[in-house]
Ligand binder design. Sequence first.
Ligand code: MUC
Ligand code: MG
Length: 369
Amino acid sequence: MKIERIVTTRIALPLRRPHRLAMATLTDHDMLIVQLFTDEGIAGLGEVSIIPHYGAETPGAIQHIIDACLVPALMGADPRNLMQVHARMDAAIMGNAYAKAALEMACLDCAGRALGVSVATLLGGAVRKRMPALWVLGHGEAQRDIEEARSLLDSRSHRLFLVKVGKGEPAENVRRALDIKQALGDQVSVRVDANQGWDEATASWCIERLEAGGIDAVEQPVPAWNRAAMQRLAARFTVPIMADEAVCTLQDAMAFAGEAAADAFSIKVSKHGGLMRARQVATVAEAAGISLFGGTMLEGGIGTSACAQLFATLPSLAWGCQLFGPRLLKDDVACAAVSYDAFDLVLGDSVGLGVEIDPDKLRFYQVPR
Ligand code: MUC
Ligand code: MG
């Protein structure tokens, strides 16, 4: 089987509500869809989903790297030989994890379809069919976040919540997170994610109060480059400190493991460069006793299915997952092969990723180059 064509389509999908993070407020979501075609008529799907200013990459730049650099490198390759796919991509260009992740996703989807098995099976097999699903509260206002959380609790959709902080006054950030925690009660897990928004002194001031107020974890409190601060904060506080933006490569994971610079990692298929690379990072964490959270880049149906298939194979996933993209997106070009039930995300039985593109929606949501 040989790859003979790869098509990228940039799309913009609507959100159900504005989603406010420290570095950006999203009203729609700028993504890429990758369609991979082979000489045997079996195709594969991949997706690039990235939050503006989460990192250095942008959908337009990623599309150019795929089209101009990685597609030529993969022509003629066997999509079932993932080691060769990665070797060709790495020989063509360094880094560019989001681009490589989308192409590997499409190869895994194609390989699964060719072999009649799920992507999880290709990765060694799933140890779970369902995982606790966290919801990210993104109004940036305590009362509206509390109302949204209560509605999700009542509908038995989510009982794990993450409050976005890191922007504006630290005292307001802490007050908002603790008001939400107090309103929702002890049966509900509330965590915060500062998305690199605090310096070390501010982080220390906030974490002391968040810990005292019963917040369960603090994600990426300081800039990604400041591993020394992460190490000091992890040593000082009992509340788990989780690394996200700071742990992208396998070498980042090794450095954090060797210096005990985090208690937990947020694992994300896109930022690590694909499902296989993400699994390598998870293995380093496992060896170092670092707990895992199945992170998101607000993936749509294709990306959510890919992430869920990987997370299903991880020996432990202490923090559950935050694959809430399909529920925040008002529409999509492909339907995720997952469902949400009794506070969990549930995997469907699928071949490959188990998703199909709706060509009419792909055309409707396409963004002109
Ligand atoms: C993160 O952990 O920063 C993607 C969506 C969201 O709400 O947060 C990011 C991921
Ligand atoms: Mg995060």
